[in-house]
Design a protein around this ligand. Structure first.
Ligand SMILES: Cc1ncc(COP(=O)(O)O)c(C=O)c1O
Length: 364
């Protein structure tokens, strides 16, 4: 067997990055500021610049960002929120935690919320839609903004997987009313723990989100609304500041490796490759192929030491707490045929060639 290729092994990050992170940690340990402080301010200003968005609020993680966003928009009990059937569970969980009801919408053939189905799902109780940029590929936001502005419903972008994706030069997260990102360690920009950020163009939403993430305070000991503690951990902000300096080069590497996969795996009968992964509206977070032999291919690659993953094997409305008894044929079909291949900036070009070679052998 060749050298194993894990789906993702974060201990493989290069030595210079490890050293820069250690240095940041030592510096912060000496300073003694572990909540708020200059690293949080610096991170927010870096993110503002990179995303070209006026307001950013670094926070505890992407799930909390979604929940804070829903509450900041005044959505809660009695309201409905449209959510794609295929996503990470946080998207629906956040709706329920804010007191509203998720209404699931089937996906298109890429796993994104099917915009053609929105008219038939909309009711007078629909107050918002959460567009999930799944795998890093953006929903057609121009179309969605046009639809939702006619209906006067809010857009929350779940851009947890889409940091680094831009549509018509506008970043993911910057199209809707509030955008939410995750810096979970496996993301394109990942912390060394949990972290996330909310972004918005609207000052009022910014103020409310800032208050909700910090116990409803407008200033120390003045609590204007019910909030919670969803502040970012300053150490994580410090690590993210280090990693931001590498981000563009990592994106270039992801795109290069994705283009190698596309080239090596083209024209295989029964294998569908991801759409638009080299385009700016995709950040190449995950390289997701589709095949009716998914489980067999996954097991075959495992015997060759190649790790893969499934994002996600169960659609949300088929999970016990979210059962709604309805059918979502596209999302359901995808959940059975999608397979994520290893793709991260620390992989070598030979890794892509070996993985592609084994996949071709499987289909021969
Ligand atoms: C689509 C999606 N939404 C929300 C989240 C939640 O982010 P976090 O893990 O930072 O809470 C994730 C992260 O895994 C995600 O992939």
């Amino acid at each position: 067997m060749n050298k194993p290729i894990p789906f993702l092994d974060l201990s493989q990050i290069p030595l210079n990055l490890k050293n820069a992170l250690k240095e940041k940690f030592s510096h912060m340990l000496e300073k003694g500021v572990f909540s708020g402080g200059e690293e949080v301010v610096l991170l927010e200003s870096k993110l503002k610049e990179y995303l070209n968005v006026p307001f950013v609020i670094a926070c505890s993680n992407g799930s909390d960002a979604l929940e804070v966003a829903i509450r900041a928009l005044g959505i809660g009990s009695g309201d409905e929120v449209l959510v794609p059937a295929l996503t990470w569970v946080s998207t629906a969980e956040a709706v329920i935690m804010s007191g509203a009801k998720p209404i699931f919408v089937d996906t298109d053939h890429n796993g994104l919320i099917d915009l053609e189905k929105l008219d038939s799902m909309y009711t007078q109780r629909t107050k918002a839609i959460i567009s999930v940029h799944l795998y890093g590929k953006m929903v057609d936001m121009e179309k969605l903004v046009s639809w939702s502005s006619q209906k006067n419903i809010r857009i929350i972008e779940d851009a947890a997987q889409a940091f680094g994706a831009f549509q018509n030069g506008i970043s993911a997260g910057n199209w809707g009313d509030i955008g939410c990102f995750s810096f979970y360690p496996t993301k394109n920009l990942g912390a060394l723990g949990e972290a996330g950020v909310l972004v918005t163009k609207n000052e009022n939403f910014h103020d409310r989100s800032t208050q909700i993430t910090n116990h409803g305070q407008i200033k120390r000991d003045e609590h204007l609304r019910i909030g919670r503690n969803a502040k970012i951990d300053s150490i994580q902000a410090g690590f993210l500041n280090v990693k931001m300096d590498y981000f563009e080069s990592w994106q270039q590497k992801r795109k290069l490796l994705a283009s190698m996969y596309l080239d090596s795996l083209k024209n295989i009968d029964g294998l569908k490759l991801p759409d638009d992964i080299l385009e700016p509206n995709h950040n190449a977070h995950l390289f997701v192929i589709q095949t009716s032999n998914r489980n067999e291919l996954k097991s075959f690659l495992e015997t060759k030491g190649i790790g893969t993953a499934v994002h996600y094997p169960t659609i949300i409305p088929k999970m016990l707490p979210y059962l709604d008894g309805k059918e979502y044929p596209n999302a359901e079909k995808l959940s059975k045929c999608i397979l994520s291949l290893p793709l991260n900036p620390w992989m070598k070009e030979e890794d892509i060639l070996s993985i592609s070679y084994e996949i071709k052998r499987f289909y021969l």
